[in-house]
Design a protein around this ligand. Structure first.
Ligand code: GDP
Ligand code: MN
Length: 392
């Protein structure tokens, strides 16, 4: 179960997903749509109504400063900005999707959020009249500009407390009723929506007196996913670590971990036991990788390629129990894979089960200090962990 936990228990949403989430709880957002191409951006802009704003969908703040947020008042400008922003690199995040929404006039920018305060075991609400900049910056420069409230999860957030919070934050009088109303909805979104964080920055007051969310940051608590079948769509757009992206492209069951022993096993159960054994003998697994039933040369070289791409890996432990997959196929797969992939790390292999003898025989012809065969799982784990340690 260790893998399930380390696999990530937070689900970060993109702005457009966060806004769609907000809208379900009645929080006002601007009309808009997503675009992955210039043509789509033009269509979304026409639907939203000019002027529009094009916004890079990356999970990193400060997109405006990086040039990832642009206003456009006609189709020509939309095309120009869409071409510029799509493909742009914003602090290591490549932009492949835009959110195009009807542009708002801004009178004032505020900040609002709810998080879980683990130390006090309560919910924490923050509101500030200084929005549009990172809240950490406000906290450092002008902490008094942030109004805080601790909320007992059992009691919830009443309209009266929400109103006191916006009063304390000193929002402009014409924004206070609308902001308090949004806070109550945002808190519902936080609790009923099973989020770890909901943040609106900026929450704006328009010149004609409306308050609404101009940005959305939502982190869902993945432990509650069983209650939310609709979250499945968010999983497909998750930003994976590069190793996991490569593994997914190659159709492998892979979870990245932090250690130095790369692991390949056939079957999820055996892969889990392999992690445990590596831990037991004092090593640290670099990953969970289940190659499933068939261990053909193609599958094996894909698996080795993914592990080889992980710079932390110092040794590779291949643990195969032949069932339907036969030992000689596995061995041939490994030998062929070694011809295709130039590995940085030595391989330790434990091969057992159907036709294991034949498989070991094939491997023994290629035995070297880069390819070591061990008869049992524990011995193989020890050797792999030693090699991983010795290589550091
Ligand atoms: P972030 O910087 O990545 O958090 O992106 P935001 O969505 O918060 O936008 C950054 C800034 O762009 C906002 O604080 C606004 O000043 C500006 N901006 C975003 N949308 C609009 C809009 O519809 N109209 C105007 N005038 N400015 C906008
Ligand atoms: Mn923002």
């Amino acid at each position: 179960m260790r893998v399930a936990c380390q696999g990530g228990s937070r689900l970060d949403l993109f702005e457009y997903q966060g806004k769609q989430y907000f809208a379900r709880f009645g929080i006002p957002v601007s009309p808009g749509g997503v675009a992955d191409t210039e043509e789509e951006a033009v269509a979304r802009a026409a639907a939203a109504g000019y002027p529009v704003v094009l916004k890079a969908q990356v999970q990193v703040g400060g997109r405006g400063k990086a040039g990832g947020i642009q206003l456009a008042s006609n189709e020509q400008e939309v095309r120009h900005h869409a071409r510029n922003i799509l493909g742009m690199d914003i602090r290591g995040h490549r932009v492949s999707r835009l959110w195009v929404e009807h542009a708002s006039d801004i009178a004032h920018e505020y900040y609002a959020s709810f998080t879980l305060d683990r130390s006090s075991k309560k919910h924490l609400g923050l509101v500030s009249a200084k929005g549009g900049v990172e809240i950490e910056q406000v906290a450092a420069e002008d902490p008094d500009a942030i109004a805080r409230v601790e909320i007992d999860p059992v009691e919830g957030l009443s309209a009266a407390v929400a109103r006191r919070l916006v009063d304390a934050a000193g929002l402009h009088p014409e924004a206070r009723a609308g902001a308090a109303d949004i806070l109550v909805k945002l808190y519902r979104c936080f609790v009923e929506g099973d989020a770890d964080l909901v943040e609106i920055n900026p929450l704006i007051l328009t010149p004609d007196g409306r308050v609404h969310a101009l940005d959305a940051k939502v982190t869902l608590d993945d432990n509650a996913a069983f209650r939310h079948p609709e979250w499945d769509e968010y999983r497909g757009t998750q930003v994976l670590d590069p190793r996991e992206r490569l593994a997914r492209e190659k159709g492998l069951q892979y979870v990245g971990l932090d250690g130095s022993v790369g692991i390949i096993a056939n079957g999820a159960g055996l892969a889990m036991s392999t992690l445990d054994v590596v831990n037991q003998v004092g090593g640290a697994p670099a990953n969970f990788l289940d190659i499933g039933g068939g261990a053909s040369a193609a599958v094996m070289s894909n698996a080795l390629e993914v592990i080889n791409a992980d710079p932390k890996v110092r040794a590779i432990f291949i643990n195969i129990f032949g069932g339907i997959t036969q030992g000689q196929e596995v061995a041939n797969g490994i030998v062929e894979a070694l011809a295709r992939v130039t590995l940085r790390s030595p391989i330790v292999i434990r091969l057992d089960g159907t036709n294991a003898e034949q498989g070991r025989d094939i491997l023994s012809r290629h035995q070297s200090d880069r390819l070591i065969s061990r008869p049992t799982m524990v011995e193989a784990a020890r050797t792999a962990v030693e090699l991983a340690g010795a290589a550091q």
